[in-house]
Design a protein around this ligand. Structure first.
Ligand SMILES: *Cc1c(COP(=O)(O)O)cnc(C)c1O
Length: 430
């Protein structure tokens, strides 16, 4: 796959380069140079999920990886269910939270870990790769799990101390072995800035073989493209041929970017809905304001507490920065914490337990849909990851799935870190 810089279309690279190179030389993000529609969309949609993933990966990066390797990788990485669950007669939830860390980020992290292992397979480098990731909660868990015990890889997770849920923290800070968790005195945006400062230090990056696992890594976006196809495939299996509205609960906007890429590849989608919590940088822009990044504010849907969404640059590049073209492809809206709680309660009445992130998407979907439209929202996390918010609303305690129950008694092993680049670099080199 030919990839280019979001800031300069003349800057080309291979997908393999983008997989390990973090940012582009001009500080932008790697984006696909072309997004031609796939031939035979109907044939693709008729395949079982893992076979369809393999077929899509082969079409996109089959020029750089052996097709048989990609086939094995897709079946190994995506070995958990992703049911499309009916909510009411015209609304569906795509449940993306049945992977090992119970959030959709397992898709991206598991593909990334396996692609890096394949990429490094032939290299004879003694230094292990260091995966550095900033997390607002779920990325750290997914990345840490995906690389945990993987030979030739070390993982460093930066997270805002006291601003992730106890369960999220346990999922990356209780693992140990090749996973180091650093609790930063600051916000998620501070963590993201710290990581970025390390990646832009060429000497440090080379010395430690620093590799990004954040949603700025194009491999993660690619992993997410595949499940959008499952939405249309699942609807067709239920006899619905109408192109759906798809509501995406958004923070860094990698997930929405993947959906837009799927649409460019020919997936029939009526429109996307960019749904945020009170971190309204993108809704403010789409409703006519300037694009102004802001300090993040804390909400119930904390994995979306992002004031400076890193993937917006990709979406902006896709539309040449043209707001009118963006508005043709997507609607938008935001939900407050009060609206999020009310939506969890409404969905519970309908028999489905939502986590706060799914509830944000569902609330905005309800607000902007027309009566005849089929709507799907992405359910990005298991409700058991946010027991306080959910129990407060439903009055019911959420049963802990085995993946979480195992972690409850493990001691945390994280270290505190000042919000200071020099301190971080010292720790990484130690
Ligand atoms: C990360 C995350 C999001 C936001 O996804 P982006 O790709 O950053 O927009 C939404 N929900 C959950 C549960 C998440 O972990």
């Amino acid at each position: 796959m030919d990839v280019i810089s979001s800031r300069n279309p003349a800057q080309h690279a291979t997908f393999r380069h983008a997989l390990t190179a973090n940012l582009t030389p001009d500080g932008g993000l790697w984006i696909p140079a072309r997004l031609a529609p796939f031939a035979d969309i109907d044939g693709l949609l008729a395949l079982p999920f893992a076979d369809r993933c393999a077929a899509i990966l082969q079409r996109v990066i089959g020029d750089e990886f052996a097709p048989a390797d990609l086939d094995a990788l897709a079946h190994d990485a995506f070995d958990f269910p992703l049911p499309l669950t009916p909510i009411d007669r015209q609304t569906w939830a795509l449940e993306l939270f049945h992977g090992p860390t119970l959030a959709f980020k397992d898709f991206g992290a598991r593909l990334l870990a396996r692609l890096l292992a394949l990429h490094d397979r032939d290299a004879t480098v003694a230094t292990p790769r260091m995966i550095l990731t900033a997390t607002s909660g779920d990325t750290g868990a997914a990345v840490a799990h995906a690389f945990w015990h993987q030979p030739g890889a070390r993982v460093v997770v930066l997270y805002p101390r006291g601003r992730v849920s106890a369960m999220q923290e346990r999922q990356f800070a209780a693992l140990g072995d090749n996973v180091l968790a650093l609790a930063v005195e600051g916000s998620f945006d501070d963590c993201q800035a710290l990581a970025k400062a390390c990646f832009t230090d060429a000497a440090l990056s080379a010395e430690l073989r620093l590799t990004s696992a954040n949603s700025i890594n194009l491999a993660r976006i690619l992993a997410q493209v595949v499940y959008y196809f499952e939405i249309v495939a699942g609807l067709r299996a239920h006899g619905i041929d109408q192109a759906p509205l798809i509501a995406v609960p958004s923070g860094n906007f990698g997930n929405l970017c993947a959906g837009l890429y799927a649409q460019q590849r020919g997936l029939p989608v009526r429109q996307f809905i960019a749904a945020t919590n009170d971190n309204r940088t993108v809704p403010n822009f789409l409703s006519g304001g300037a694009y102004l990044t802001q300090p993040s504010v804390a909400t119930l849907s904390n994995a979306m507490d992002v004031g400076a969404p890193s993937n917006w640059e990709r979406i902006s590049a896709l539309f040449g920065g043209d707001r009118a073209r963006m508005l043709a492809a997507m609607r938008f809206g935001s939900a407050t914490d009060a609206e999020t709680r009310a939506e969890i309660a409404r969905l519970w009445q309908l028999g489905w337990l939502a986590d706060p992130h799914a509830a944000v998407a569902s609330a905005v979907l309800q607000r902007v849909r027309q009566p005849h439209e089929v709507g799907v929202f992405l359910a990005t996390a298991h409700p058991a990851k946010f027991p306080d918010a959910v129990e407060q609303v439903t009055g019911n305690s959420v049963a802990l799935p085995p993946a979480l129950a195992r972690l409850v008694d493990l001691p945390l092993q994280s270290e505190p870190l000042a919000n200071d680049v020099a301190a971080l670099k010292r720790r990484l080199r130690a």
